[in-house]
Design a protein. Structure first.
Length: 198
């Protein structure tokens, strides 16, 4: 019996060391050498300051920016960044979900000066499962072009061309759908405005 207990304790210590320490250290070292930018969070810098990550949505408000998907967790930016990634977990029969969707749709229609029954893109009224999805569909980006062009005083064709430049195909050509990264698109929009006024 003592022999079996000793073997079990040794095995536990050995595999704790291998899988709990050595393997994570090795994978971290490989990632830092081979994929440093991705391993560090795909951070985006402007003028030496981190402005976000390509992997995480952030809130953009006002008429001059493309809006991301709604977030059930305020884009994970609570006090000290403690809010975790999460969806609302509201089911299709939830009255709260229906209220949220109606409110989001009304906000979109009002901002775009549309009638009360005009269709709006689904991904702009429903939150993603993580609450941090950085992408919207190309249709959702195109839907916002007229509002942004009017608010910035530039031609719709210029904003539309910028959107098309940032449409990403499905991953590896077949996984998922085409998408647009909202942060990258908004940064490009600001850069284009700065060149115009600079």
């Amino acid at each position: 019996m003592i022999k079996l207990i000793t073997q079990a304790v040794r095995q536990t210590l050995l595999w704790t060391l291998v899988t709990g320490m050595l393997y994570p250290i090795a994978i971290t070292a490989v990632a830092q050498v081979a994929f440093k930018r991705q391993a560090d969070g795909s951070l985006i810098e402007r003028d030496g300051k981190v402005v976000g990550s390509e992997l995480l949505a952030q809130q953009f408000q006002g008429p001059t920016y493309f809006w991301p998907r709604p977030s059930a967790n305020s884009y994970g930016t609570g006090p000290s960044g403690l809010n975790a990634s999460s969806g609302s977990n509201l089911g299709p029969t939830s009255a709260q979900l229906q209220t949220n969707v109606r409110t989001n749709a009304k906000t979109l229609r009002d901002a775009h000066k549309l009638s009360a029954d005009a269709p709006v893109p689904a991904d702009l009224v429903y939150a993603s499962a993580s609450g941090l999805d950085p992408h919207i569909s190309p249709e959702s980006a195109r839907f916002q072009v007229a509002r942004i062009a009017a608010a910035r005083g530039i031609g719709e064709e210029k904003v539309r061309a910028l959107v098309e430049k940032f449409v990403e195909p499905p991953q590896w050509g077949f996984l998922g759908e085409a998408r647009v990264n909202v942060l990258l698109l908004n940064l490009a929009l600001d850069a284009a405005d700065a060149k115009k006024t600079g």
